[in-house]
Design a protein around this ligand. Sequence first.
Ligand SMILES: [Zn+2]
Length: 285
Amino acid sequence: MDIISRAEWGARPPESRSTVPWSKRTVFMGHYSAASATQTPRQIQDFHMRVRNWSDIGYNFLINSVSGLIYEGRGWTTVGAHCAGHNTEAIGVCIIGKDQKGRQDVSDAARRAFKWLYEEANDRKGKRLTLLGHRDRGSTECPGDEIYSWLKAGLPIVGSPTPRPSPKPSAGTKPAPGTPVAFPLPAGWYFGPASGPDYSVSGKHERYFRGRTDRAWLKDWATQLGRRGWSVGKGRRWLGGAGNDGIYGSEYRALILAFQDDQGLREDGLLGVNTWNAAFRNPVS
Ligand SMILES: [Zn+2]
């Protein structure tokens, strides 16, 4: 599944923001908008910024209750404004729609999207977040009875499940070559463009992680792809221009996307823990 970025939905920039490390994230909290499912993230953002006078849209993510489309709000590690007193530990996800008695308002697609986002958060955190509804921590009906009872039941999905990508060993596969190397960046960080946030590590600034430079680590990962049979390096199919120099740019992005496609991983062109581990752990087919 994909997350529709702020740029894609035309978000206004935040007036200010503060970040929270993954170590302080412990809760994944469900909300609902209690208004029409036709409301757009931009309309919600305008309401939060102009009427509530908040610095940005209050939620970390939003999901349309009908289409199941997922929208980036403040994102994973920016403190939200969705549950007073609990915005540091809780990632707030709003399901856009209302709760009408006697009918299912949240589609199977939206439920799958919510569950996918929850699992994504757990992957990034490295352990399971506590699943709560807003009413567990505030005096409110939110997120409505339908969503609340679903949360409390552990997010069961009745319709056909969305398969989560996993390596499928089959005939003719070989174990991953070389020695596994643990992901060197903090939880939630990734190798990505220099234009990204602080936790997007590009190699441009030669930052140190676990005693070595970011460039050395990124080179290690691309070298591992070489061991897996990928044509990597100057003059070769991948990283052919600048070579394996450990500085994230369009060539690394293309290689990461191709590897993510090959492995059935989420294709974002960013080298996070899942894409890192796949190179060192997944069998080669
Ligand atoms: Zn709420």
